[in-house]
Design a protein around this ligand. Sequence first.
Ligand SMILES: [Fe+2]
Ligand SMILES: [Fe+2]
Length: 466
Amino acid sequence: MTNTAEAPKTNDASSALSRGKEKKHFQVIEKTYRNNVDSDYTEKIEALGKSYNYSSNSDYYWGDPELSTLHGTPLYEEASPSQKRALNHLYWIGQYHYTAASEINTILYNQVTSGVFANVGGYETLCKELDFETSQERYHINAFQKIGYKTKLALLGKESLGNPLYKKLNKPSGRSFLDRFNPQKQLKQIASLKASSSWESLQESTLRSLTKMMFRDKADYYSHYLEQKGTQTIPTTAGGLAGNMASPSVLKFLTLNWGSSPFLAAQYYSARMIANMYLKNREYRYYKHFKDLEKNGEFIPAPIAISYYHMLDESFHTTMSQTISQDVYKDFPKPTVYEKLLANVIIYVTQRGVLGGLPGGLPAVFRDDASFMPSYYRSLTSPLFGMSSQEALHWMEKCLCQEHEGFHVNLKYHQILLSDLRRFFDRLDYLWPINREMRIMAAGGSIERAIQRNVAAFKQFASSVA
Ligand SMILES: [Fe+2]
Ligand SMILES: [Fe+2]
C-alpha cells in the first residue's frame, strides 16, 4: 500500500486561523468550549457523588422501570416490588460501570489525538476543549464508581465486591467476567506491565516500525503525547467500549495510528461518536425522567440527577465528536488507501464487538446475553434472590432462551440507535457500505437470532457452573 496523498505542511497557525474565520466548524468549537467551561454540571456531579448514600435513594426507582436488569422476563414478573427496584438500581450501576470504563478509554485517546491536532496548528481551542473534556471524565468516573461501590455493597453484599464466581468458573469466561467488573484494576495491571520480555519488546518495536513506515511523510504530526512517552510501553486501555472492540495489544496498534496522522486522529472521533450515541440512547430517558420529577416537585434520586447532569456535560462532548469526525477531518490531507482501510476496519470491529447483539436481559445494550450470564447468575444467587445454583440456572434458561417482552423492548432501543448511527455515518463517504449502513448492527437486531445464540451460550455456561 502506498501513501498517495500529499501531506502539505500545515504547521502554520496563522493560515489555519484565517481559514477558520470562514469555516463554521471553528465557530462551533469556540462556542462549545466557551459553553462547556462556563457550565457547572461537572461540579454538580462531583457533589452528588460525594454525598451519595444508598439508604436515602433505595426506596425510589432510578428512572423508568423499563431500564432494569431482566426487565420483561418471566423472572421479572415474579419478582417482589423491592426486588424490582433492586433490578432497576443494578441496571443503573452496571451501565455506568461500563460508561466509566469507556471514559477511561476516552481519557487516553483524547490525549493521543489532541497531541496530533496540536502539531497541525491552528486548533488551539479544539485542544483546550479536549483537555477540558478529559478532566471532566475523571470526575464522572469517580462519581459513577462511588455510587456503584456503595450500591453493590448494599444490594449484593460484600462477596459481590470480590469475585467468587471467578474461582468457581476458573475458565476463560471467568476471566472476562472479572475484567468487565474490574476495568480499573485491569487498567492498572496493564499500565504496570513493562515490555520486559523480549517478545513484548519485539511486538512493540514491530508496531512502531510498521506505523512509522506507513506515516513516513507525516512524521511532523506524531502526537506530542506519544512523543513524551518516548520508548516507554505503548499506552493502551482495556474494558469499556474499546475493550469490547479489540484486545489491549491491538489497541496499542490503534494508539500509534490515531497518534500519527491528522485524518486518523479525527477518525477516532467517529468511534467515540458511537460511544456518545450509545450512552445517549438510554441517558436521554433519565434526562426526561429528571425533568418530569422536577416539574412535579418530587424527590429526585441522586443517580437520576447524576445521569441528568452527565447528559448535559456529554452533550458538549457529542458535539465535538460530531464536528471533528464530520467536518474537521476535511481540513486535513485526504486519507491514503491505508488510512481508509484502517478507518473501515475500526468501525467494522466496533460494530461487531459493541453493537452486534440483542440481549433479552439488558435493555439498551447490544451485546449478546452470553457476556452477562455470569452477572445474572451472581445476582440470582446473591442474598437479593437467594437462589440455589440449580434454581438460578433454571430461571436463566427461562429468561434467555425463549421469547419475552424484554427482547421486544430492547429491539425498540436498537432501532432508535441504529437509525441515529446510520444518519451519522451516512455523511462519511470514505466508509464501506457495511459501515455506513451499520449492516452488522442491523443484522444483530433479530430476536430469533439472539435466542439461538443464547441457547448455545447458555449450554456452555451451565456446564461451567455445574
Ligand atoms: Fe462522561
Ligand atoms: Fe464524554
